[in-house]
Write a protein that binds this ligand. Sequence first.
Ligand SMILES: *Cc1c(COP(=O)(O)O)cnc(C)c1O
Length: 429
Amino acid sequence: MNNKVQESSIKYEARREFLAHCLPKTRLLQEPIFDPYLVSGHPNPSGLGDAARFSQTGSWGQSSVLFSDLETYRTADKCGKAPYGGAEYGIPQTPEADAVCKKIAALHNGHGAVICPSGLSAIGATLDAFSPKAILIPDNVYGPMIRFLNRRRIEQIRYPAGASADEFHSALLKARSKYSECEDLLVYIEAPGSGTFEIPDIDGIIAIAQNAKLRTVMDNTWASHIRFKPLEYGLDIAIQATTKYEGGYGDTPSGVVIAKHPEDLKIIADELRATGNGAVAPTTCSRIFHRIDSTEERLNQHADTAKRLIDWFLEKPFVTAVLSPTLSNSPYHERFKRYFGQGNGLFSVVFHRDLPVQHVENFVAALNLFWVAESWGGHLSLVLPVHAKREFTPLPDGYILRFHAGLEDYQDLLRDLNQAAACLENSAI
Ligand SMILES: *Cc1c(COP(=O)(O)O)cnc(C)c1O
């Protein structure tokens, strides 16, 4: 026991004595919590009535954090941290959130991390925290981020999805001609990018950005910490939608921001404290905390199944291309090997341009195991049309579907594709 706990235990005795003379109703509420150190500040540690079923797992839904005295509270309020872990108020950051952030930060070799209620809110919190006037983004950036940038009126200066160092440099010069202050600009990478999976020269971009003393941020959702560690490559900040592979079962809406430098972490944490946007249910945090341990195993299975599905599509006359950097004929395959090594469950299929749209949609409708759904990274196989707009590289002609290979047996998935393809094989193309 440390000194704090002992101090608290003195108070514990006084409270026990007082409670001994209280009415049953008061005792029922107060007895479980008179030593906040023993219950991590949870107002409802053992649960009352129906809440008991949920309370065992942690501080689920508990907003207040309790303090034994004013002085402890004042100290906690000043630094935004409770002595038991978590924030001084349960909404911005719970002890479960702290635990998951610590674990993820260690996996990334970062100074620390924060967690947000979604991947998009993690991106938003980062941008709000640093409030750049303009941002350098790849052409294939996660679509909803554009809406965020538009609403915040952050100028978007784009570079090609699979940019070389020179191409990135041209975009940077354009940005620099308008914004001379380093703090006005942010360099943003997402690789492989959404929907079409191009990969830029990440090393080249980092070197140029560092030379220009610009802060660098990477959306690392595709890779997760298993395939790529942005901070080890020299990026300042990594963002991951833990909604995807870390949670793994479609039931952990959340996103993390991992910072390399203590000062950056403080800026982002202050932002979340100011906005209250760090509120993530402790059950979600607990799920992520445990499931991170199986991310690699799941990711390898997703990748293995995706490879089998890709091979199936490549043999079909109604398919013109499969977009995946894992393929040796992909223009991004060399970079893929250098940075990521292995794939994940994602790939996109370009259907023959002469194939009537209705036939492709009939194919989707005939699938039994592949669900039409947004997001990815979970146990179920999914399919969704890709409607990407690219400023630099036009998309291939033809209907594009993005697939996510789930954790089902690949033989069942192939059987499903085969039966659904019957409606395409008779198409005249
Ligand atoms: C899904 C995704 C996000 C956003 O995550 P949400 O939790 O769905 O908000 C951000 N970036 C990438 C690359 C994604 O795929």
